[in-house]
Design a protein around this ligand. Structure first.
Ligand SMILES: CC(C)(COP(=O)(O)OP(=O)(O)OC[C@H]1O[C@@H](n2cnc3c(N)ncnc32)[C@H](O)[C@@H]1OP(=O)(O)O)[C@@H](O)C(=O)NCCC(=O)NCCS
Length: 189
């Protein structure tokens, strides 16, 4: 069961496009910093928390079930035609695990050392089920991250990375760029 357009407007997003299907069990924090484009689908039990830098969701985006977006540490950008598969977690902030600092948000900031950074998925980027994307990471145009991967570095354009930590598997074909042109052309005519 999805939110109605009226209900979405009342949630207080910066903007919401057309053809948007968001399941009622999806949870949002700081809607005033969340932009949602057109032809966006957000499935059940997802959570999107925006920080002051905002969460930008473009057009033709799928956020599958149980995806968690933690935007408190930097801007999150999902460009057009991107996809987060089920149970992907995307972090813009992460505590220092070295022991040099205390951890967790119940402790005052002066005792902590938090690594923060924006996370971006460029056009046509795709993240496989259960993967984790760390602060500061950009998944390049047409790039893909395999299932159950730990992406702690940028993934170059049109490459497939997978594993823990994510490493290069192979190149990803660029035919999707031609298909995009065809699709947009059809949408206009
Ligand atoms: C990454 C992926 C796209 C690679 O597919 P592929 O190109 O057919 O690759 P292969 O299966 O031939 O595997 C190539 C190598 O990468 C390894 N590999 C593949 N996927 C991996 C993964 N997710 N994590 C770690 N290693 C992986 C394989 O073990 C193999 O290693 P080897 O050469 O040492 O034997 C695919 O395995 C994957 O993870 N897809 C995600 C699917 C998904 O999450 N779907 C959700 C709905 S959209």
């Amino acid at each position: 069961m999805n939110y109605t357009l009226e209900e979405l407007k009342n949630l207080g997003f910066v903007d919401v496009g057309t053809d948007v299907a968001i399941h009622r069990s999806a949870v949002f924090f700081n809607c005033k910093n969340i932009h949602i484009g057109s032809r966006v689908r957000i499935d059940c039990f997802s959570m999107i928390s925006a920080g002051k830098e905002g969460v930008y969701i473009g057009n033709n985006i799928h956020i599958a079930a149980a995806v968690l977006i933690f935007g408190g540490g930097g801007r999150v950008t999902l460009e057009d035609f991107t996809c987060l598969s089920g149970r992907v977690s995307l972090y813009t902030a992460s505590d220092d695990y070295s022991g040099e600092a205390m951890t967790n948000p119940t402790v005052p900031e002066i005792f902590r050392k938090v690594d923060v950074g924006p996370v971006s998925l460029r056009k046509h980027a795709l993240v496989g089920a259960g993967s984790i994307i760390m602060p500061g990471v950009t998944i390049g145009t047409g790039a893909a991250v395999g299932a159950m991967s730990f992406a702690n570095r940028d993934v170059p354009d049109h490459e497939i990375y997978a594993g823990i930590p994510a490493r290069r598997i192979r190149i990803r074909q660029k035919k999707l760029l031609d298909l995009e042109k065809e699709y947009l052309q059809k949408a206009i005519t």
